[in-house]
Ligand binder design. Structure first.
Ligand SMILES: [Zn+2]
Length: 66
């Protein structure tokens, strides 16, 4: 999974840098909040990290037991 270190500030279009310390051994889980600070307007942005790769089990097995 890729976590952007810099995002575009929605307010001013500047660069907002990741504040949250990333630990290689403890990757963020889906639902974790990543905080960014804009270098131009100093606004803080909190993004909720979502892991899109997790496939959820969908009980699609409509057949009976074998
Ligand atoms: Zn900004």
């Amino acid at each position: 999974m890729d976590i952007p270190l810099v995002i575009v500030c929605v307010d001013c279009g500047g660069r907002a840098h990741l504040l949250t310390h990333l630990d290689d051994e403890v990757p963020p889980q889906s639902g974790d909040v990543l905080a960014y600070r804009c270098e131009d307007c100093l606004d803080r942005w909190d993004l909720v990290f979502e892991d899109d790769d997790s496939d959820e089990p969908d009980g699609s097995s409509g057949h009976g037991p074998l």
